[in-house]
Write a protein that binds this ligand. Structure first.
Ligand code: SF4
Length: 335
């Protein structure tokens, strides 16, 4: 029996190469080894975008196309929409009695995100909603609805898995052994830095290359990447280890990396040529992904069908779990 893996992704924008090297390549491998569910967490995206449903809906399709384009195969894995599974919302209500407010506020991931909101909006009372503080509870419902056993996460999300495990233990202690305690599975790939050298990559920082970026957009971004500031002339020797172009060559340029490094140090390569070589290599890696994206953009009905069928399958599983949960809680009045 294959173990069940649940991966929840908020539809907040297109996937960028940080996602690609950090998580998506791993997701593609996982679908061969595990019983994989990929949840497009549109309800969770509403915690930050409740006043902008058009944006969430648009991003749902963008994310679905990205997932299909990188190689998530609907005949191997289930891609579904969180909002189409009302059982998750019902489980969230039951679990909400098993977590105190102070425990939620102590959750390091929630704490960090509240601090970020405060820094942006200045006033926690006005910017932090009940839905936001409770999202770890809804995440526990996501995981347990599918009896998720292995959850691929980054280190910053470990507290959310721990919170889920606590809820599961409490539920099982009170109502009997129904739920499975999930294990976090940490990835081996480190976080990829932005083109400006920032540890974080994202739209608001303007330092990310998206999987759907055209060659023109990639060229503009790479041409503005941070290089060794000491290299003024084309034949000045430089230090590739402080150059973001070299950092990206290591991701995209395979066997050419050693030559980039030695020529940079020797002052026998100019930054413009070096960047052009990187642009070509990035485009080569992204080309098959972008060809698939084009196909799905032109066959959007197919994407809708994949989501509909995935959601139907996911709902059957969640519904079976909810039945067991309600039975254990003595809420199975008419079964
Ligand atoms: Fe960076 Fe290439 Fe210029 Fe060296 S030659 S500083 S690696 S862009």
């Amino acid at each position: 029996m294959k173990k069940t893996v649940l991966t929840g992704i908020r539809p907040t924008g297109n996937l960028h190469i940080g996602h690609y090297f950090g998580a998506s390549q791993r997701w593609v491998k996982l679908q061969d080894e595990y019983n994989c569910y990929f949840e497009i967490a549109d309800v969770q995206a509403l915690t930050d975008n409740f006043d902008n449903p058009e944006k969430v809906r648009h991003n749902v399709y963008e994310l679905a196309i990205d997932l299909l384009s990188i190689g998530i195969n609907p005949s191997k894995a289930t891609i579904f929409l969180q909002s189409t599974i009302p059982e998750i919302a019902e489980l969230t209500v039951y679990y909400s009695n098993l977590v105190t407010m102070s425990r939620l506020y102590r959750n390091p991931t929630v704490k960090t995100e509240i601090a970020q909101k405060k820094a942006l909006f200045g006033n926690e009372g006005e910017s932090v909603t009940y839905g936001f503080v409770g999202y770890p509870v809804s995440q526990a419902a996501d995981i347990t609805a599918f009896m998720g056993e292995a959850i691929p996460v980054g280190e910053d999300q470990l507290p959310l898995i721990e919170q889920c495990r606590e809820i599961v233990r409490k539920f099982n202690n009170i109502y009997g052994n129904v739920l499975i305690e999930p294990e976090a599975v940490l990835g081996e790939t480190p976080r990829i830095k932005g083109l400006d050298g920032n540890d974080k990559m994202g739209k608001s920082l303007g330092n990310a290359i998206y999987l759907c970026d055209s060659k023109e957009v990639i060229t503009e971004k790479v041409m503005n990447a941070i290089t060794d500031p000491a290299k003024i002339r084309k034949d000045d020797p430089a230090n590739p280890n402080i150059c973001m172009v070299y950092y990206y060559h290591k991701l995209f340029s395979g066997d050419e990396v050693d030559t980039v490094c030695s020529e940079c140090k020797a002052g026998t390569r100019g930054c413009v040529a070096c960047k052009r070589q990187l642009i070509e290599n990035i485009c080569k890696v992204l080309q098959p992904i972008q060809e698939k994206r084009k196909y799905y953009e032109e066959h959007i009905d197919e994407v809708t069908k994949i989501l509909e069928e995935g959601s139907k399958k996911a709902r059957e599983k969640a519904s079976a779990t909810l039945k067991e949960v309600k039975k254990a809680m003595q809420l199975d009045y008419f079964d």
